[in-house]
Design a protein around this ligand. Structure first.
Ligand code: GSH
Length: 235
């Protein structure tokens, strides 16, 4: 049996991790039998991050998981794609996973009011005094990571202008195409729609959710992909 390790529900979402949701979509799309196990204990995770997969061996990282599933199913994910679909899909995937993602994380962890939700959903089950200490240590690490990534060096106003450009690029693409890589559903939609779902469906809205939710074509796209695959990030 294949086991997918993911984060537990949080922030009003069934699956708050875009990378975990993407892996879940791929497994479901391929109609593979699998079970999900949720954990917040990432210190002992194979690469310190979720998701990871146990399929007679451990595969950690959503992109590596998709590559593994593709070869396991003889090209079930990438096999039918044109070179242009792969190129466009990869470029948009990098945009959302290596740029937009960091603002989604920062809007949850580094906003003073929203950090209360992170504490409630991720750390409330810890015993005293860990409940007090662990969130502060985790948040300091998150701040350092955001700073090293580079976005964390900018003012919030400047970060909003970066978000604006990412959203404009996605809107431009998705007003002229039903899916991100072409006019049909591909593996790249699992990456992009999962990321947008994670960004949009936070309850209450973060500053990133508020911006994204203004764009009806993004909402329609996320809904279309989730419906087609039958896997939803929201509850
Ligand atoms: N490149 C990785 C990214 C995974 C990732 O960043 N996962 C987040 C949850 S959305 C995580 O586990 N973060 C914990 C940490 O960085 O300490 C993938 O595609 O799987």
């Amino acid at each position: 049996m294949i086991t997918l390790y993911t984060l537990p529900p949080a922030f009003g979402q069934r699956n708050p991790s875009p990378f975990c949701l993407k892996a879940e979509m791929a497994l479901t799309y391929l109609a593979l039998d699998f079970e999900s196990r949720t954990t917040l204990e990432l210190n002992n995770a194979p690469k310190g991050k979720a998701p990871w997969l146990d399929d007679n061996g451990i595969i950690a990282d959503s992109e590596l998981i998709l590559a593994h599933l593709d070869s396991k199913t003889n090209g079930g994910l990438f096999g039918q794609l044109t070179a242009e679909e792969v190129a466009t899909g990869t470029a948009y995937t990098r945009l959302v996973e290596d740029h937009l993602y960091w603002m989604i994380v920062a809007s949850r962890w580094l906003d003073e009011e929203w950090f209360e939700i992170v504490k409630r959903d991720f750390f409330n089950s810890l015993s005293w005094p860990l409940r007090k200490i662990v969130p502060l240590v985790a948040r300091r690490r998150m701040r350092q990571t955001y700073d090293l990534q580079g976005l964390g060096r900018h003012s919030l106003e400047e970060q909003r202008t970066f978000l604006d450009r990412d959203v404009k690029a996605l809107v431009a693409r998705l007003t002229t195409h039903d899916y991100i890589a072409s006019d049909r559903l591909t593996i790249h939609d699992f990456s992009v729609a999962s990321m947008l779902a994670s960004g949009m469906d936070n309850q209450p809205e973060t500053w990133v959710s508020a911006k994204m939710n203004q764009e009806q074509c993004l909402r329609d796209y996320v809904e279309r992909v989730q419906q087609e695959v039958g896997v939803y990030g929201r509850k």
